[in-house]
Design a protein around this ligand. Structure first.
Ligand SMILES: C[S@@+](CC[C@H](N)C(=O)[O-])C[C@H]1O[C@@H](n2cnc3c(N)ncnc32)[C@H](O)[C@@H]1O
Length: 463
């Protein structure tokens, strides 16, 4: 008997009943559902994906196929839209949205996955016929045949203009304004490598929270820079007991280093009360609380959005070293001035340093987002400097390397606070090679250099 799963694993077409229409492939249906949720409900792909996989009963290699199809299509949407525009004789805006979703999925299979052309085209046509109608199916067939005429590299060459950033925007599927902003931060010589790294799925890294879990409990390789990290050997973190009981957690190595830079900054005198001003959903708080507990200190985790404060509480379950979780606006903090010995400001930002893990984020973000984010970042850093005691430290961090959010914010706040000075980030983070930030002593990590999100860190001390 034929095993229908064997066909799907090979990316092929599931076998149909004799004389009847072939059943739709569940993996492709799941990916199609994810694209629809992202488009219609503004959903985050990584949050809706597990639900789509469950709904369509996908596990193992079928789940991996659906995941790559959905995430890869969303990441590469810019490139595929340029290819599709060249294959369709009307503007893409005039193509029905459901058909365009399917065309993008088909293009990803044709141009970036090892799916045979006939399977990529026929499964997409079946999907469109079932979801939209027979006429749309014929249109899809004609368009995808044109897409399949040449490999991706040839499409990029034939569609490129002479402009370098336009070319990189097309080749690496990043909006042009993001290419420009990243170029200002990383420089032209590494821009191509950075954009390519944004399109590679990130490794799965787990933090063994000190005093609660040992690295040896987690199957995988110790991380290079964080003394608490393990790169998972394979499988799902949900299968690691230390993760399921909250003693360990999935956390990018760069994010671990931010917590570490906060904890490792030298302070003299009292070192008992720490604050995470922008704590939700609580990854860094959980690591900070574990380190605080080992040192006899306590952490207050503050978060503006009540539902995210709830996530922080969940992340801190079982942790000692926690004084409380508070829902409050960090720009108008309700704590007494000079209360804390250490404060972390992991500011809300464009997230352009974490594009690897948010496939659709690059298309959602707009340059105007900076107009609201930069004043908020400045307000939060100024709020933190009021809350830290003289001699205490504030670690300002973003998961964006955009200079307006990093250098610009730090310079502006320093100019308004003569009692504050910028100091070199110290401890384990200071030993990370090639991580100089845009101001002396600051740190900038990069996906293409360090295998981490592009975290920025600046250490400020109040005198
Ligand atoms: C980059 S995230 C923090 C990530 C977190 N540190 C972690 O590691 O899990 C920024 C957080 O700041 C919160 N936020 C935004 N505005 C805020 C404000 N005015 N005061 C406090 N938190 C704020 C956001 O809701 C978001 O949860």
């Amino acid at each position: 008997m034929t095993d229908p799963r064997r066909h799907r694993r090979a990316g092929g077409r599931p076998p149909g009943r004799k004389g009847g229409r072939a059943p739709l492939d569940p993996a492709r249906l799941a990916a199609y559902d994810v694209l629809r949720s992202v488009r219609v409900d503004n959903a985050y792909a990584n949050l809706v994906l597990p639900h789509a996989l469950r709904t369509h009963g996908l596990t193992g290699r079928d789940a991996a196929f659906a995941t790559e199809l959905a995430a890869g299509t969303l990441r590469q949407q810019g490139t595929y839209d340029a290819v599709l525009a060249a294959c369709i004789d009307r503007p893409l805006a005039k193509v029905e949205a459901k058909v365009l979703d399917a065309l993008r999925l088909g293009s990803h299979q044709l141009l970036a996955m090892r799916v045979p052309d006939h399977a990529a085209i026929s499964t997409t046509v079946d999907l469109v016929k079932a979801k939209v109608g027979v006429g749309a199916g014929s249109f899809t067939n004609a368009v995808l045949r044109r897409v399949s005429r040449q490999p991706l590299a040839d499409w990029v060459v034939s569609l490129s203009t002479g402009d370098d950033h336009d070319h990189l925007s097309l080749a690496h599927s990043h909006p042009r304004w993001i290419v420009d902003r990243l170029a200002e931060a990383v420089g032209e010589s590494e821009l191509d490598a950075l954009l390519a790294a944004d399109n590679a799925p990130p490794r799965v890294v787990v933090v063994a929270r000190p005093g609660r879990a040992a690295r040896e409990e987690i199957p995988g390789e110790p991380t290079r820079f964080s003394p608490y990290g393990v790169e998972l050997a394979g499988g799902s973190p949900a299968e690691v007991p230390a993760v399921t009981d909250g003693r360990a957690g999935v956390q990018d190595e760069g994010s671990q280093l931010v917590a570490l830079a906060t904890a490792d900054a030298p302070v003299t005198g009292s070192d008992r009360l720490w604050l995470d001003l922008c704590a939700g959903p609580g990854g860094k708080s959980a690591l900070l609380a574990a380190i605080a507990a080992e040192r006899g200190a306590l952490l207050v985790a503050n978060e503006a959005q009540p539902h995210r404060a709830g996530l922080v509480r969940q992340n801190l379950r079982g942790a000692t070293g926690v004084a409380g979780v508070v829902a409050g606006d960090g720009t108008r903090p309700s704590y007494r001035p000079s209360t804390f010995d250490r404060v972390l400001v992991d500011a809300p930002c464009t997230g352009l340093g974490a594009l690897r893990r948010r496939p659709e984020a690059r298309w959602r973000r707009k340059p105007a987002d900076l107009d609201a984010l930069v004043p908020l970042q400045r307000g939060l850093l100024a709020g933190a400097l009021e809350l830290v005691r003289p001699g205490g430290v504030v670690l300002y961090a973003t998961c964006s390397p955009v200079l307006a959010e990093t250098r610009g914010v730090v310079e502006a706040v320093l100019a308004e606070h003569p009692e504050v000075r910028l100091e070199p980030v110290s401890g384990a983070v200071a030993t990370v090679p090639d991580a100089d930030g845009p101001l002396p002593g600051t740190v900038q990590l990069w996906p293409h250099r360090h295998g981490t999100d592009a975290m920025f860190m600046a250490l400020l001390r109040r005198s």
